[in-house]
Design a protein around this ligand. Structure first.
Ligand code: ATP
Length: 262
């Protein structure tokens, strides 16, 4: 068997705050295999972002173990194992789209010709060919978010971590981006960790859905999706899709009841 791309065992994280300790993650056990699309869903404050940030070595767990490509998160960060896409596109307004995508490559010291070639390739992947010389304000919100995905893809990491990338967009744009993201995932074979508040989005995109519950953040359910990888948007009307959505909803409800009882 291959080493899991991301493996958490008994992962805990307690923040020390002025109001006392806040346990953000408690005893998280999770294995993510190569090429999976894994969504994290749960109520606000259940630790979804904190988990992604641990994977990205932006937070340090206080207990348990976590490996990324068999390495510590810090080693994986140094090996540029992942790209990270945030909720806000976070593009620099004074740089063109190509200039924004090139920025991490410039920091890493890539040669000029290779940067140009990589920028052209990722613009094509997110269907923004021809927009490289535009500035962020000249693009719609959905296009800006695609540009930020292109930036995360530019150094060709095999893991893509996405923290509610489409949360601020309207539903029609979001549907379109979801379709494009699935197509991109199919073409690149990347492993994707995706945070969302939307049940339909989680079910539509994922091969695995991690349902989390709050106070402290625990895993309430892990659902391996029975849906085929080829997913037209109208798959959302099928009984199989509705059954998975139902199970996610049940997991969320059970998690909330458990937290109330705690
Ligand atoms: N740096 C920090 N210091 C103290 N507490 C923190 C810190 N970061 C997160 N927390 C707390 O940890 C818990 C989990 O936060 P996290 O942002 O991971 O939740 P989330 O599930 O991503 O929420 P949302 O859906 O609202 O983004 C929350 O109670 C939050 O207040």
């Amino acid at each position: 068997m291959q080493t899991p791309v991301i493996e958490a065992r008994g992962l805990d994280l307690t923040f020390q705050t002025n109001d006392g300790p806040v346990q953000a993650l408690s005893n998280i056990d999770l294995s993510i295999e190569r090429g999976e699309f894994v969504s994290f869903i749960g109520p606000s404050g259940c630790g979804k972002t904190t988990f992604l940030r641990c994977v990205a070595a932006l937070e340090t767990p206080t207990g348990g173990s976590l490996t990324v490509n068999g390495l510590s998160p810090e080693e994986a960060r140094q090996a540029r194992s992942y790209g990270y896409v945030f909720q806000a596109a976070g593009l620099y307004p004074w740089r063109t789209i190509a200039g924004n995508i090139r920025l991490p490559l410039e920091i890493m010291g890539f040669p000029r010709a290779e940067m140009a070639e990589r920028v052209a390739r990722v613009l094509d992947l997110v269907e923004l060919t021809g927009f490289g010389q535009k500035f962020p304000w000249q693009l719609s919100g959905g296009m800006q978010q695609r540009a930020s995905i292109a930036r995360a893809l530019a150094f060709d990491a095999d893991i893509l971590l996405m923290d509610e990338p489409f949360g601020a967009l309207d539903e029609i744009v979001r549907d379109h981006l979801n379709e494009q993201l699935l197509a991109l995932w199919a073409r690149t074979g990347k492993t994707i960790g995706f945070v969302t508040h939307s049940i339909p989005e989680a079910v539509y995109l994922s091969t695995k859905i991690v349902v989390m519950s709050p106070r402290p953040g625990r895993i309430a359910d892990v659902i391996d999706s029975p849906l085929p990888r080829e997913r037209p948007l109208d798959i959302r009307d099928t009984p199989e899709f509705i059954a998975v959505a139902h199970r996610v909803r049940e997991g969320l409800r059970a998690g909330l009841q458990g937290a109330d009882a705690a």
